[in-house]
Design a protein around this ligand. Structure first.
Ligand code: ZN
Length: 85
């Protein structure tokens, strides 16, 4: 089930200049130009499992309160390592 535009702001924080937004889940900084499409793509492509997970061991609040400042590639590597382990 894809996220709707209004859902995007649950996962992103708009920058002060309103031209970009930071992902609360992976810290990625994405261009935001009047459309949340870019933002929703990040969530749908990278975070769909966590976005829809009800796993109490990984609550959304932990991501929101301490966003990781890592690049997308680093984030994916970490995710892969975690999965393999
Ligand atoms: Zn992200």
């Amino acid at each position: 089930m894809p996220l709707t535009h209004s859902d995007a702001w649950q996962y992103f924080t708009r920058s002060s200049d309103k031209k970009s937004a930071t992902c609360n889940l992976c810290g990625a900084n994405l261009t935001y130009m009047g459309s949340t499409s870019n933002l929703l793509n990040d969530v749908n492509n990278k975070h769909q499992s966590s976005a829809f997970s009800n796993d109490p061991q990984s609550p959304m609040s932990s991501f929101v309160s301490t966003p990781k400042k890592v690049s997308a590639s680093e984030s994916e590597r970490i995710t892969c390592t975690t999965v393999k382990d």
